[in-house]
Design a protein around this ligand. Structure first.
Ligand code: UDP
Ligand code: MG
Length: 321
């Protein structure tokens, strides 16, 4: 590639009115610097800020920046759709040669974009930001993230550990991604499964300077369950294995009781525990199994409805031209 290329940068924003007045100028300055720099072939860029149904002044901030800066555009969703779908909404509006997604809180170190561009110019279709240092995280978050990545890998989900949603995608990788129609979107599992030329770009993640994390425990749990159930049927298989093991145990136990009854015929009193405990255990296992089944059936239900994954309420496109 010799000609100059264009870049779109997608930033999902949920209640980020405090942070955006810092983030947008910083990212704008960096991208303008990259366009002016002779070290790369970046010719132009657009910054697509997606308002994910915020309840604060986020959209007003985005609109103001969009009218003051020709490179900034806003996309407003009709309600809160969640981080993954907000990102998807931005990605579906991207039409450049490459697109970068990043968080609104400057935790994703913007100096990394230059290295992602370098990877892109060297032929990478996916340049995935990988955190090399989690010391800016709380201990609880660090531990849960690590355990979760291990669990996903063990379940056969092709995930890149410590890669979240800071990445560059080429036009063709983006087209491949957008051809996936699933409602239960787990981008960090989907993207490594696309194939293409992948380059990992290590970076140190900053701590959040302003505002608070928009990932509530509930949202994080939802994302975690989606990550498993949208990529792995291992939990379903585990149910069958569990059932088989329990069946085996019951057969053995029955044999044991029969033997006890035979050798101590007459004075063997069947224990209360031997009746109630297996009953409780089986009840528990059944409920758990039904729960896992329900989780998958719920997914099937949502997918078959083919509902729109996000609804755009307003955009700033064409307003300042
Ligand atoms: N976000 C979003 N919708 C949501 C929750 C979060 O668009 O429902 C955005 C948020 O504005 C930020 C990014 O997703 O740009 C990551 O969220 P956050 O920084 O709160 O997560 P953390 O860094 O704590 O994992
Ligand atoms: Mg953050």
């Amino acid at each position: 590639m010799t000609a100059a290329y264009r870049l779109d940068v997608v930033v999902p924003c949920y209640n980020e009115a405090d942070v955006l007045p810092v983030t947008l100028p910083t990212v704008l300055a960096e991208l303008r610097r990259l366009v002016a720099s002779a070290d790369n072939r970046l010719g132009a860029f657009r910054l697509l800020a997606v308002n994910d149904g915020s309840r604060d002044a986020t959209w007003a901030v985005i609109e103001r920046f969009a009218s003051d800066n020709a490179e900034v555009e806003g996309i407003g969703l009709s309600r809160n759709c969640g981080h993954q779908l907000a990102m998807l909404a931005g990605l579906s509006h991207a039409d450049a040669d490459a697109v970068v997604t990043m968080d609104a809180d400057l935790q994703d170190d913007i100096g990394t974009i230059e290295r992602m561009l370098a990877a892109f110019e060297n032929g990478a279709d996916l340049a995935l930001g990988v955190r090399i240092d989690r010391s800016s995280d709380q201990r609880r978050k660090r531990w849960t993230a690590q355990t979760y990545y291990r669990l996903l890998l063990a379940l056969g989900v092709r995930i890149v550990p410590d890669h979240a949603d800071f990445r560059l995608m080429s036009r063709r990788a983006l087209a491949a991604l957008l051809s996936h129609g699933e409602v239960n979107l787990f981008l960090r599992g989907l993207i490594p499964s696309l194939g293409f030329n992948v380059t990992l770009v290590p970076f140190v993640r900053n701590s959040r300077e302003l505002g608070s994390s928009k990932y509530t425990l509930r949202k994080m749990f939802g994302l975690a369950i989606d990550g498993i159930t949208s990529f792995s049927v291992v939990p379903l298989r585990l149910i069958a294995v569990l059932g088989l093991v329990l069946f085996g145990c019951t057969v053995l136990l029955s044999g044991l009781f029969l033997w006890l009854w035979l050798i101590r015929a007459g004075n063997f009193v069947p224990g209360w525990a031997s009746i109630v405990l297996p009953m409780l255990m089986l009840g528990g296992v059944q409920l758990l199994s039904i729960g896992v089944l329900g989780e998958y059936i719920g997914k099937v239900y949502l997918e078959t409805k083919r509902r729109p994954r996000f609804i755009v309420q307003e955009t700033t496109f064409g307003e300042h031209r």
